[in-house]
Structure formats: structure tokens, C-alpha cells
Design a protein around this ligand. Structure first.
Ligand SMILES: CC(C)(COP(=O)(O)OP(=O)(O)OC[C@H]1O[C@@H](n2cnc3c(N)ncnc32)[C@H](O)[C@@H]1OP(=O)(O)O)[C@@H](O)C(=O)NCCC(=O)NCCS
Length: 187
């Protein structure tokens, strides 16, 4: 079952990142990476074609309060997003009455391959498990997305299932689903 999420006022830190709420001031940084070909498609959305399109999504992030902005300390630019999203697959049996969320993330192409997303994911896992008391987190990637698969593996998730998923672009994709249990909730 989906945990309640409200990221108002939450600020997390890692060596290289400040993980915080989105602000209207982030619009240009957001459009800069969201318009690049080959980024959003791997998460199921098309590159943004106008700043207005980015503004609409940014307003959704701000209103829904369940997506973090990833700000690089080095230059204070927002270079990605990490959301505590609605579960796209409901696990049965022992998970049925336990609260969790699904991580969803995107990083500016300019910053790929530096371990920044695993760094952000690890900090957000700690927040969800130690502060928010989730029982588990899920993550999924399209079968072709080996980059995201590596982030998930490096973050300690275990594979649970293959399934089809309808993405924001309206297409159906084969996705692989993973789960990470909160070790603090084990007997
Ligand atoms: C998935 C994503 C967030 C990974 O972030 P990251 O900070 O680059 O992650 P890492 O640095 O750990 O790199 C992960 C893997 O990407 C691959 N990779 C690294 N640099 C790359 C590059 N420039 N181009 C393509 N692949 C690259 C490597 O296989 C790496 O695995 P390794 O550490 O075993 O070598 C990022 O690639 C991205 O935003 N992709 C587009 C959106 C997306 O796929 N979102 C997830 C949807 S499920």
C-alpha cells in the first residue's frame, strides 16, 4: 500500500548533492536537461519541446510534494529528480498491508556515469527507512534500460517480477520490478 508522502521542508544532503523540494526558480535548469534527447524516453516520457511544458510538470512536482530536486553543490544547478512515486505494481502476500513507495529518477545526461544517482538513491532510502518508517521500497526499469538496472543493483534491491507497464507517453513497456526491504522492520 502507498505510504503518505509530503516532502514539505525536507532537505537531505550527500557529499555532492542537496536533495530538496522543487521551486519555481528551478524551471530553466529543469528544461535544460528535460529537453535533451535520450533522457526522458528511458523513463517513459518524451523530451520537453517548450519551457511551458517543463513549467507544467514543475508545477505538478511542487503541488504533489512527492518528488525531490537534486541540486549539485558544486554549481547549485538542479541536475535531476528523484520521486517517491505511486506503486506501479502492488505486491501481494506479506506486502499487502505494509506501506512503501516506488522510486523514480532522472539525471541530466551531462552528469551520467559519475555515481550521482546511486548517491542520491542511497540517501533517500535512508530517509524512507529511518525517518519515514516505510516497510519497503520498489523500483522498476524498462527491460532495455541497463543504466537504471545498474543503479538499482548497486542500491541493493532484489528482482521480484517482470510485468508490462503503461508509461506516461501512453506506450506499453516490459518492465522489471525490484524491492528493497527495510532492515529495521525485520524481527
Ligand atoms: C539511470 C540514471 C539515473 C543513472 O544515473 P547515474 O548517476 O549516471 O548512474 P551511475 O553513474 O551509477 O551509472 C549507471 C550505469 O550507467 C552506465 N553509464 C555510465 N555512464 C554512461 C553514459 N555516459 N552513457 C550511457 N551509459 C552510461 C554504466 O553502465 C553505469 O554502470 P556501472 O557503474 O556499472 O559502470 C541515468 O542514466 C539517467 O537519468 N537515465 C535516463 C533516465 C532513466 O533511465 N531513468 C530511470 C528510469 S527507470
Amino acid at each position: 500500500m502507498n505510504a503518505n508522502v509530503d516532502l514539505t521542508g525536507v532537505v537531505l544532503e550527500t557529499d555532492r548533492l542537496i536533495i530538496r523540494e522543487w521551486s519555481e526558480m528551478d524551471l530553466e535548469d529543469f528544461f535544460e536537461y528535460a529537453k535533451v534527447d535520450g533522457v526522458g524516453q528511458m523513463a517513459g516520457w518524451n523530451p520537453h519541446t517548450s519551457i511551458q511544458e517543463s513549467k507544467t510538470i514543475l508545477e505538478m512536482f511542487i503541488n504533489e510534494k512527492m518528488t525531490f530536486a537534486l541540486e549539485l553543490k558544486e554549481n547549485h544547478k538542479v541536475i535531476g529528480s528523484l520521486g517517491l512515486e505511486t506503486l506501479s505494481l502492488l505486491l501481494r502476500d506479506e506486502y499487502e498491508n505494509l506501506v512503501g513507495r516506488e522510486l523514480g529518477y532522472v539525471l541530466s545526461k551531462e552528469y551520467w556515469g559519475k555515481g550521482l544517482m546511486p548517491e542520491a538513491v542511497n540517501r533517500v532510502i535512508k530517509f524512507c527507512f529511518e525517518q519515514e518508517n516505510y516497510y519497503y521500497l520498489m523500483c522498476s526499469h524498462f527491460v532495455i534500460n541497463s543504466q537504471s538496472k545498474r543503479v538499482i543493483e548497486k542500491s541493493g534491491f532484489r528482482f521480484v517480477k517482470e510485468n508490462t507497464q503503461i508509461a506516461r507517453d501512453g506506450h506499453e513497456y516490459i518492465s522489471l520490478y525490484y524491492v528493497l526491504d527495510n532492515p529495521l522492520k525485520k524481527n
